[in-house]
Design a protein around this ligand. Structure first.
Ligand SMILES: Nc1nc2c(ncn2[C@@H]2O[C@H](COP(=O)(O)OP(=O)(O)OP(=O)(O)O)[C@@H](O)[C@H]2O)c(=O)[nH]1
Ligand SMILES: [Mg+2]
Length: 360
């Protein structure tokens, strides 16, 4: 089951108390203080596991605590440290912390095996040995351990893909991803076959690879919650390019130009933005006229071609079923993905390079 939003409570461990103790040895009448420090409490970590693709586990368990630090002991023994705990989340998990009425983003795990310290354990208290001075050789002072951090977190999985496939249900999105990658999503001749996003890796010649996401189909009124609504579009927020699949066979019973316009409107009404403030409708768009193997009425494709020419949207005629036209579509996807990778890299290097700074 695909779960992309959960709320959990985490608690790091309390530090142990410092010990009050005095040396007791035969024939030594008044031994000095030897109470050790309390051990520190365990931390809570999050780590991105590339083999996970859902937050499902957090449906069943929502409370997590790291171990307490043990109390200090005599003979200057420091208490044992509390055990750390590490919670595994899928790559693409964004972490928010509830702070009063606000949710504040505190982490974004975008790389495999990325690890963040999310709640710190409390320090152990000092034992009485630490407080001995030349004037107070028998201190009776110890410190309690400090509490560990506790947090209410909301985990939101936003898949990381380069290309997002959008379109009406039944347009052939899952067929396409199964054809161009190793993904094996369910494919069937009825709407809303796909109920959760699928990711697939596309490999082209010369070690060129990119990740494609297939999300459940959209219908008119998705922004008001019709069909599966906008719910899964947040998984496209971080894509670089959108590919809009339009069924041009007559079997859809709809007009391809209307389909294109209706879905484009729904995309424009999606309020989500990526980290740079970009909305779905601002992303580069490629259109694909699908099912040309079943194109019984060529005028349907001609009208769509003319409509998109006027709008300046590139269109590729393909058949996800037979593979016709797919090499050109994949090259077009790669070109856009690569162009945006380069721009992202350039802007990052110019931030770092003092020569390109305005103040230089
Ligand atoms: N003739 C033909 N049929 C296709 C083609 N692509 C997909 N289909 C058929 O169209 C139907 C729907 O395909 P899917 O890939 O499940 O469509 P989808 O867009 O993923 O649909 P949802 O998951 O419901 O949004 C299936 O019966 C496919 O076999 C194509 O290029 N030609
Ligand atoms: Mg599907």
């Amino acid at each position: 089951m695909f779960v992309d939003e959960v709320e959990i409570h985490i608690a790091a461990g309390h530090g142990g108390r410092g010990a009050m103790s005095f040396r007791r040895e035969k024939f030594v009448p008044r031994g000095g203080p030897n109470g050790g420090d309390g051990g520190p409490g365990g931390h809570v970590y999050l780590v991105a596991n590339p083999n996970l693709n859902t937050l499902l586990n957090f449906r069943f368990q929502k409370e997590f605590s790291a171990g307490r630090g043990a109390h200090g002991e005599g003979s200057n023994r420091t208490g044992r440290s509390g055990n750390d705990i590490t919670l595994e989340v899928p790559v693409g998990t964004v972490v928010f912390e509830r702070q009063g009425m606000d949710l504040v983003q505190v982490a974004d795990l975008t790389h495999a095996d990325e690890r963040v310290l999310i709640a710190k354990g409390g320090l152990g208290g000092r034992g009485n040995a630490t407080f001995a001075t030349s004037t107070n050789r028998a201190p009776r002072r110890v410190e309690p351990g400090l509490p560990g951090e506790e947090k209410d977190l909301r985990l939101h999985l936003k898949l990381l893909a380069d290309v997002g496939l959008v379109g009406y249900p039944n347009a052939g999105k899952s067929t396409l991803i199964s054809r161009i990658s190793a993904a094996k999503p369910k494919i069937a001749d009825y709407p809303f076959t796909t109920l959760a996003p699928n990711l697939g890796v596309v490999s082209l010649s010369d070690h060129r690879t990119f990740v494609v996401a297939d999300v459940p189909g959209l219908i008119e009124g998705a922004h008001r919650g019709s069909g599966l609504g906008h719910r899964f579009l947040s998984h496209l927020e971080r894509t670089k390019v959108l590919v809009h699949l339009v069924d041009v066979s007559s079997a859809s019973g709809r007009d391809p130009v209307d389909d294109f316009e209706i879905i484009s409107r729904e995309l424009a009404l999606f309020p989500g933005r990526d980290a740079s403030g970009e909305r779905l409708q601002d992303k580069p768009l490629i259109a694909a006229a699908n099912k040309i193997d079943a194109l019984d009425d060529p005028s349907r494709l001609e009208r769509l071609t003319e409509h998109l020419r006027q709008k300046g949207v590139p269109l590729y005629a393909v058949s996800a079923a037979t593979g016709d036209g797919l090499p050109a579509l994949l090259e077009a996807m790669w070109k856009q993905v690569n162009a945006r990778q380069t721009t992202a890299l350039e802007s990052r290097t110019s931030e770092l390079d003092p020569r390109t700074s305005e103040h230089a």
